[in-house]
Design a protein around this ligand. Sequence first.
Ligand code: S3P
Length: 436
Amino acid sequence: MPQPLTASRSARLKGRVRLPGDKSISHRALILGALATGRTPIMGLLEAEDVMATARAVTALGAEVVRTDAGFEVIGQGVGGLFQPASPLDFGNSGTGSRLILGVVAGHDMSVEFTGDESLCRRPMARVLAPLQTMGLQVEGGRTTLPLKVQGTHDLIPIVYELPVPSAQVKSAVLLAGLHAPGQTTVIEQAPSRDHTERMLRHFGAEIQVLDRNGGRAITVAGDAELHGRDVSVPGDPSSAAFAIAAALICEGSDITVEHVLMNPTRIGFLDTLREMGADIELLALRDDTGEPVGDLRVRTSALQGVTVPPERAPSMIDEYPILAALAAFAEGETRMQGLAELKVKESDRLAATAAGLQACGVEAAVDGDDLIVSGGGEVRGGGIVATRMDHRIAMAFLILGLGAEAPVTVDDTSMIATSFPEFVPLLTRLGARFA
Ligand code: S3P
């Protein structure tokens, strides 16, 4: 059943909040924990549907995931030690879980069925299957979307792979497969994408080398690897923080602090863009948490200016474009977001969904090739009904837009928000946001 929700103009958001754990790091902690020998205690794991689907998948593959007083603990089977699950692995809405675990299954002599919800079954898997097939994975019937059945092997071939699309998921799948191959597996990326897999592999004892190369990176992992269980602490998700930050920027008289946010340089393109737009955001207490930089962010209501966001910034803020577009509607002048081809293959076609949502709320927005152009005038009429298209970030972005618009904005279905940020409504309500 769809769960519609309406957001109404709000003011004076106040308070300190700590957001749930980073989704990307949460998936990886479960997966590397399953591939390690011994125990991996995880503090701050994101308890959202996407991550729980990964927890169920690694359990079905033979790892143990248990809840503890401090959070979760994974008891792994060692690299190559997982076994064939009894039934298909269902990843729900999660592209990350399904693609990364394809890389894991590739290195095991087992036959596994992968499936997911309607949105995930529409998303391209060829990008990850192609390099894994070169390494030795077999795919039944040549399918390139879920549901699909694959056969892995203990005899993977190490490869050097240049990513044709800027995708941390593809990079990670190949690196995870490379753990099982003899020799070295290298992934080359044109521009740095999120590097949590590399950081965490190192933390778990894998041999990994990262070289800067013409603005991009070459990442090499040594095969026949041994990973050892390690403590992991998951910082707050900057992609979830983006919604609270955006709300504070547009709701009159707001002053909030978002605590313990992941500040990894491959994830903070959104903050860089906001600063260019004139946002009042102060970074407090930058520190390290298990190999990842974290900080607290103080955000106050700000008058924003339109900007051009260059295409090379996209990988560092790929999930933040819907909420940036919502903010651009409140900025003075035009915001042009360039090079967004990848947005078309997210949980929905986010380029189209964002433009349509803005138009439904009376905002001038257009798609020009792979660019999104939003013309802001300081005020947003609102009053529209926005189609979520099974996409959590579309739902959240337009609820935030409704907090600053003149007339309330209704989102047709908010059930998907639970895939990444189940606390979204209560947490923003605590700060002073009005939803009904
Ligand atoms: C993710 C990578 C990104 C991002 C997704 C999470 C990850 O996808 O959109 O939400 O955890 O590796 P791509 O790698 O396909 O760009």
